[in-house]
Design a protein around this ligand. Structure first.
Ligand code: UD1
Length: 374
């Protein structure tokens, strides 16, 4: 029997948590061969390797080593190198039947373009999310990927509506739920049994967790400075843990903010955290402050209040059903939100439907059925 040959693509940190359960789910399908391709968009140990170890994910079969660069450079390198991988596979008589991409990073969009131009169909996990903010690079990646992928696997009902509004037909899209939550549910007990909090002198429910890395928040001194000032002020009454993304670290140094952060005793600066330490920190925090899409979703499932430092979100269900409140890039709104949480005023939220830990199985089933039908 010829196996269905799937190229499964990862590139940057948030992709790994989504792909790990999908690869495992395919193990139950004997007629499927998965080939894991890592574009190398993220390459540091703490942004890449650590996830393979902690998520018990097999090492990539193919690496493209594209590294960092401007959008055009990085995207072009991924297209060029992935196209070669796909063509070589065909020349060797082992063509790929389908490409599977997740999320909204440059690697997601670039590998989709390379595949579709060679006539290889693409399934997109996390399709349909829209912030309607085209200044976000991820929004462009989402729109382009969904426009040309042929199987759109969607995490929430708003995503289905967005795809309908863009003219996609019902047979292209399936509501499968949120696959990142599969990883969270599987690893939460392990994360909470670690010594992470003790290592940093923290106790459950008595600190806040902060992540900031969106260009709109960190790329100018005018946007980053006032947010940091509120965090420094808040850290006097609530200890804050701040795992700092490389982009943000570079900007903090460039804008001369490093000194004032270092002198804030209640603000604990860390490097990018691995998955388990991060989940240990997020699941036991009093509040999260973030501009990450993934953390908005994780906070919702964990029931932790989340102040989202963005004017909009492609994940509105985290606001309407979950624990997230949008505070924009507005230092006053952030200050008020943190003050309210300290006074015990916050959303409790509920877990959205199909964010149940079983999305990967549904994704694998859809892909296999689509192949059987064609
Ligand atoms: C990328 C994604 C973003 C995602 C984020 C998660 C795009 C457009 N953006 O943003 O959606 O939320 O990853 O982290 O795809 N760097 C390192 N080590 C690395 C990788 C990057 O130090 O392993 C530094 C580089 O100096 C680079 C900067 O971080 O210039 C930004 O990296 P890049 O991948 O361009 O974008 P992110 O901000 O990480």
């Amino acid at each position: 029997m010829t196996k269905l040959r799937l190229a499964c693509v990862v590139g940057a940190r948030p992709n790994f948590m989504k792909m790990a359960p999908i690869l495992k789910a395919f193990e139950a399908h004997q007629g499927v061969e998965t080939v894991l391709v890592h574009t190398g968009q993220h390459y540091d140990k703490n942004l890449s390797d650590v996830f393979f170890e902690e998520l018990d994910m097999r090492r990539p079969d193919i690496t493209l080593e594209v590294g960092s660069g401007k959008h055009g450079q990085q995207t072009a390198r991924v297209i060029e190198r992935f196209e070669e991988v796909l063509e070589n596979a065909t020349d060797d008589g082992r063509p790929f039947d389908r490409v599977l991409v997740v999320g909204d990073v440059n690697s997601t969009m670039a590998t989709t373009i390379a595949a579709v131009k060679l006539g290889i169909p693409v399934a997109h996990v996390e399709a349909g999310l829209r912030s309607f903010d085209r200044t976000m690079p991820e929004e462009i990646n989402r729109i382009l990927t969904d426009a040309i992928a042929d199987l759109l696997l969607v995490s929430d009902p708003a995503g289905m509506d967005n795809l309908r509004n863009e003219g996609h037909s019902e047979d292209e899209m399936v509501l499968v739920g949120n696959v990142m939550i599969d990883t969270l549910k599987q690893l939460l007990p392990q994360a909470q049994s670690r010594d992470t909090l003790a290592r940093y002198g923290l106790t459950p429910g008595s600190y806040g967790l902060v992540t900031l890395h969106r260009p709109a928040n960190v790329d100018t001194a005018e946007s980053l400075g006032p947010l940091l000032d509120v965090l420094i002020e808040t850290s006097k009454s609530l200890p804050l843990v701040f795992p700092i993304h490389p982009r943000t670290k570079q900007r903090i140094e460039r804008f001369g903010f490093a000194k004032k952060l270092e002198s804030a005793k209640g603000l604990l600066q860390l490097g990018p955290a691995g998955y388990l330490d991060f989940l240990a920190l997020s699941s036991q925090s009093k509040v999260t402050v973030t501009d990450s899409g993934g953390l908005q979703e994780e906070s919702t499932v964990l029931g932790i209040p989340c102040l989202t430092a963005r004017p909009n979100t492609e994940r509105p269900i985290t606001v309407t059903e979950g624990t997230s409140t949008l505070v924009g890039n507005d230092a006053n709104l952030l200050r008020n939100g943190l003050q309210a949480v300290l006074e015990g005023i916050y959303k409790t939220g509920k877990c959205p439907e199909l964010w149940d830990g079983h999305a990967a199985k549904r994704i694998a089933k859809e892909i296999v059925e689509k192949a059987d039908a064609s």
